[in-house]
Design a protein around this ligand. Structure first.
Ligand SMILES: [Zn+2]
Length: 222
């Protein structure tokens, strides 16, 4: 069935409660054998906001599947780079030059290429993320205790409030810096407002009037 343009796969099972799973953009609803259609629709409607959010973030992430071949396009801070492979080098390295990402390699091995590019993105992101975090900390007066970077599948950032730990998605380095700035601010603000409530958005508007532009870019709708 399709609701609001989203395809749902419904299965009846011998279970007590309605269940929903989303994997690789596919939404599956498991319903108890005797659940009425009305109950199922009500359940889906209640979850619609979350479902849409998840699907958008996944289609955004799908853009990052790479093959690591000569001439392939990569994005770094919103700019296009072309991958160049240079084989037969004594040591493996990843260099940025002009609008090229140059991989110097002993041999053509996808795992090594992946690792080198990931390392480069990690270094790029770590440096800039620390800058933005310092900046937003001094503007908002909020303090996080630690900053981590991970290659996450479905979120751009997260904040562990008790630990004051902010985690950012490695792929933020692909987008213009406004996106990194926005996610850093967003997660930092959770130290003051746990939920996405009115007060949370009021703070976002106050510190970053252009935050919606960043969110649209990240959700793949810009
Ligand atoms: Zn949030």
């Amino acid at each position: 069935m399709i609701i609001e343009g989203i395809e749902f796969e419904l299965t009846r099972k011998n279970i007590k409660y309605l269940r929903l799973t989303i994997r690789e953009g596919k939404v599956r609803v498991s319903a108890p054998l005797l659940a009425s259609e009305k109950e199922i629709f009500a359940f889906i409607h209640k979850k619609m906001h979350l479902i849409k959010k998840h699907i958008n973030s996944c289609s955004g992430m799908a853009r990052f599947e790479k093959r690591y071949v000569e001439g392939e396009r990569f994005q770094l801070w919103g700019k296009d780079y072309t991958l160049r492979l240079k084989l037969g080098h004594a040591a493996n390295a990843c260099l940025l030059s002009g609008n090229e990402i140059i991989l110097c390699l002993k041999s053509d091995n996808i795992e090594i290429k992946k690792k080198l590019v990931k390392q480069m993105y990690l270094e790029q992101l770590r440096e800039k993320a620390q800058e933005y975090l310092r900046r937003w900390q001094s503007v908002t007066g909020l303090e996080s205790d630690s900053l981590r970077i991970r290659d996450m599948k479905s979120r751009w950032g997260s904040c562990n409030i008790p630990k004051k730990d902010i985690c950012l998605n490695l792929k933020l380095a692909c987008f213009e810096e406004l996106c990194l700035s926005y996610v850093t601010l967003h997660e930092l603000l959770h130290l003051k407002e746990r939920g996405h409530n009115k007060r949370f958005y009021a703070l976002l508007w106050r510190y970053m009037p252009e935050w919606q532009k960043a969110r649209q870019t990240l959700n793949g709708r810009a």
